[in-house]
Design a protein around this ligand. Structure first.
Ligand code: ADP
Length: 604
């Protein structure tokens, strides 16, 4: 397949054309055209166009739109034709885009809504998409997201320990350079002849931006960039890790406002702040001439990277391979050496001659560890455009079946009480106090709590959900039923005949009642969403939780269509823990493949 890839920025457009066989190793992918228009200005821009050694010139384009419009004639002039699809690099895909995604109006709107997360990058990426759609209306356009590879990171890696309201507003770690890390990890595994699932690997992308990524058995589990690309390693113009307490200090002591601080963190920090130059070649040159500031900056740069290697080896419980990439990782033997020095204790040691004599070309991925060292160290050129082309080709050839996705909510243990039960527990004539509204309209959590008591033990402070119902129902997890010492059956809500007895204890008395169940997983849908997803009331479906670290498929999930329902799937805490899900997890719905014996006969 022939794929045109665009990386559109506010001041530059990079593009490439690739012939891809998605199943073949990455090194077999052929790049048949390379192009860049850089530094748009009133008098045009720099151009670099061609194949192996692109020719440099000036071009008249003053904007991204002009530059993209110029691509079709440039390709025609170089005899490049027969494009099958276009792939776009998109900086931020938020928590939802975890793979190459076909770009239509609805998807573009969703990407656009993510702009607050990447105000410097997503708008230019999206403008690139709009221009490319206008120039090639007949070709499918795909987005590949820099954040996507890291969506497998577990919550412990993505969560900032900050107030809940901030996290609800979207404050979390995402990680970037995902396409690069994915490429080099896959390329390194190919070069080692090892299945990625057998490797604990750290990828160090050291370019103008820099990040480290822990890739455990093929999956990214942590990345040094956070909510924005500012966190982590020291970079050309960004500081990497910095105490958030600094911002208050800067405001109070230097009178700086947040825009000024942010601009300085993006553009005037890192190597540039430490040495006056953001370019590692300059910094290394000055250090060699005895410049103490440059020497100190190099030390700091290497020290930060080394710390991350130690941290990620700890996160993965060991390390099998380290891969260097990016302009500095690929070209600076002395920086590779400084970063690796002192890591012998984890079995990482470079071979001096291999490191110094390294000559990279094409897709080569040579090894530079000392003979006998336990950790393999590799160096390879990153190839983000090539990886984008691969992802697009794979997605284009085997478009995933349309699988509607649905938010997943975790139901902790709770009870629904009849009015008689309320009075038995809280006193005659007592009315429950609505405290917090639930997402299902009309439902709320009461301010009151009850205690459950079984033959084995008690569970205290169990939530009561209102309003009252004709029949009392107590929903616990399988684990809870062991704690209580009562074997609760898996039932759909309301199917209470023959359910076991349990004692409820309130401030005014106790009540022995049946109605103890482990709630069967189910999906609430309003009629509009049900119609959009092609689902019907009482249908059973399978739901795949692909985004979570412990990806899991739930079979035999009941669909319940009710007017005004808030569309979401409900699972209990045991199921959520088994699937390793976090807030915001979505499941993909697939029609149940075979009607299992379970239907109509819950596993009790
Ligand atoms: P970007 O992140 O913009 O794609 P690159 O991956 O090209 O950037 O990396 C640019 C960085 O690589 C610059 O700091 C540059 O000085 C550095 N670099 C390139 N070649 C060398 C070299 N031979 N020695 C040291 N640093 C180098």
């Amino acid at each position: 397949m022939r794929i045109l890839v665009f990386n559109a920025g506010s001041s530059s457009l990079k593009f490439g054309v690739f012939d891809v066989a998605p199943a073949a190793p990455l090194e077999h992918t052929r790049q048949i055209f390379k192009g860049a228009f850089d530094r748009f200005g009133a008098d045009g821009c720099d151009a670099s166009l061609g194949t192996d050694t692109p020719a440099r010139s000036r071009a008249p384009h003053t904007s991204l739109a002009d530059a993209i419009a110029a691509v079709p004639p440039v390709l025609a002039e170089h005899g490049v034709e027969g494009l099958d699809a276009i792939g776009h690099r998109i900086a931020h895909g938020g928590a939802e885009f975890d793979r190459a995604t076909r770009l239509d109006d609805a998807i573009l709107e969703r990407i656009s809504a993510l702009t607050p997360l990447a105000p410097l990058h997503n708008p230019a990426n999206l403008e690139g998409v709009a221009q490319a759609r206008a120039a090639w209306p007949e070709l499918p356009q795909w987005g590949v997201f820099d954040t996507a590879f890291h969506l497998t990171n577990p919550a412990r890696a993505t969560t900032y320990a900050v107030p809940e309201a901030w996290r609800d507003a979207g404050l979390r770690r995402y990680g970037f350079h995902g396409t690069s890390h994915k490429y080099v990890a896959r390329r390194a595994a190919e070069a080692l002849g090892t299945d990625p699932r057998d490797l604990r690997l750290i990828s160090l992308h050291l370019g103008n931006g820099a990040s480290a990524c822990a890739i455990n058995r093929g999956q990214s589990i942590d990345s040094s960039m956070g909510m924005t690309p500012l966190e982590g390693l020291v970079m050309g113009t960004r500081p990497g890790d910095i105490d958030p307490g600094a911002f208050g200090f800067l405001q109070r002591e230097l009178g700086l406002d947040i825009d000024t601080i942010e601009a300085a963190l993006n553009s005037d920090s890192g190597l540039k702040a430490l040495t006056g130059s953001s370019d590692m070649r300059d910094v290394e040159g000055r250090a060699a001439e005895g410049d103490a500031r440059a020497q100190a900056a190099i030390n700091l740069y290497a020290y930060r990277a080394r710390k991350y290697i130690g941290a990620y080896a700890a996160a993965m419980g060991g390390l099998d391979a380290l891969v260097f990439t990016g302009g500095i990782g690929e070209n600076s033997a002395s920086m590779r050496r400084r970063i690796c020095d002192g890591l012998e204790f984890i079995g990482l040691k470079l071979d001096h001659d291999r490191n110094m004599g390294l000559a990279l070309s094409g897709r080569a991925c040579p090894q530079i560890q000392a003979y006998g060292a336990r950790v393999q160290v590799l160096v390879t050129e990153t190839a983000e455009q090539l990886m984008i082309a691969h992802e697009v080709a794979a997605a284009h050839l085997a478009p995933p079946a349309h699988a509607p996705s649905i938010p997943v909510a975790v139901s902790a243990r709770h009870v629904h009480l009849s009015q008689d039960a309320v009075e038995a527990l809280f006193g005659p004539g007592y009315q429950l106090t609505p405290d917090k509204p639930l997402r299902q309209p009309g439902n709320w959590a009461a301010a009151e709590r009850v205690t459950l008591e079984g033959p084995k033990g008690r569970i205290e402070r169990v939530a009561i959900l209102g309003p009252t119902r004709p029949r009392t129902q107590i929903e616990v997890s399988r684990t809870d039923s062991f704690a209580l010492g009562v074997d609760a059956p898996v039932r759909q809500s309301g199917e209470l005949d023959g359910t076991p007895q349990i004692r409820l204890i309130g401030p005014a008395g106790h009540l022995d009642t049946d109605g103890l169940i482990v709630a069967a997983r189910h999906i609430h849908l309003n009629p509009a969403d049900a119609a959009a997803m092609g689902l019907e009331d009482r249908q059973f479906v399978d739901v795949h939780l692909t985004h979570s670290a412990r990806a899991l498929s739930f079979a035999h999930v009941l669909v319940r269509v009710q007017p005004n329902a808030f569309t979401e799937m409900h699972i209990d805490t045991d199921e959520a823990n088994a699937a390793g899900i976090t807030a915001g997890t979505e499941g993909e719905i697939a029609p149940e493949l075979e009607v299992t014996e379970l239907k109509g006969k819950p596993a009790e």
